[in-house]
Structures are given as C-alpha cells and as structure tokens.
Design a protein around this ligand. Structure first.
Ligand code: CO
Length: 134
C-alpha cells in the first residue's frame, strides 16, 4: 500500500542554522523557510535526489513540536512520510487493521498542499508516520 518515502522530518531548534548545515556543510539544495500557521511549524525542505528532508521549527505558542523540542533540545527525527495513492482507502484499511489515526481521522492539507494523515507511533515501531496522498 505505501509507496515512495516522501520525506523524513527533523525537528530543529534553530531553523536558519539547520538550513545552513544542510546547504553549506552537506552541500544540499535547500528551500526558503515557509510558515504553516495551521500546523504550528515553519518548514525548510532539503531536496535530495531520491527524497526530501523536512526541517521543522516551532511556530507560535501552541506548536505541536514544542514539547518534542523540550524533550530533545538539540532536535531529532520526528516522523517519516510515505506516499499513498488514495488516503481515504489507506485510512480505512489501517483502521480496520487496528492502527490508530491521530486527530479526528480526517485528512488535513500538508506542507505540499496535499492531504495528509498521521498514525500513532506506538503502532509503527515507535515512529510517527505521516501518509501523504501523492
Ligand atoms: Co511531514
């Protein structure tokens, strides 16, 4: 059911420093920062030949990644994002299999303007999983 690895997301404390690390030290192509107020994050995408890295920094007082950063002050891997062809079919299949879909179970618009859902890390090897309809 899952297809390509769309991106790996890394929470960072300092987005400019992280973007500089990927651009200047690792020599990668790095996007400009984009604020996503409805998700409480600012993102920078690092474009690699076979996938992307999503650098995430908290935006606003109620950012969902603020607690992650408190627990991991130097940042760390936050989630992996797999592509699916039909997000509602994927959700229904996962729920039928007993997996927990986070939030109200309805897809939201993700960082690429496409529908996304998040799955409970305890059901997926301790890793937060994002599904994106590609
Ligand atoms: Co993501």
């Amino acid at each position: 059911m899952i297809g390509r690895l769309n991106h790996v997301a890394i929470v960072v404390a300092d987005l400019a420093a992280a973007a500089s690390t990927y651009r200047d030290v690792l020599g990668a192509q790095v996007s400009a920062p984009a604020d996503l107020p409805e998700h409480g994050v600012t993102t920078v995408f690092v474009v690699l030949p076979n996938t992307k890295i999503e650098l995430l920094a908290p935006l606003g007082a109620n950012s969902p990644i603020a607690r992650f950063l408190q627990a991991n002050p130097s940042g760390g891997m936050h989630h992996v994002c797999y592509e699916v062809a039909d997000i509602l079919a994927a959700r229904d299949r996962l729920k039928a299999a007993g997996a927990r879909v986070l939030g109200d179970g309805e897809p939201k618009t993700g960082a690429h303007g496409k529908p996304v859902l998040f799955l409970h890390p305890k059901d997926f090897c301790g890793t937060l999983v994002e599904l994106e309809q590609a």
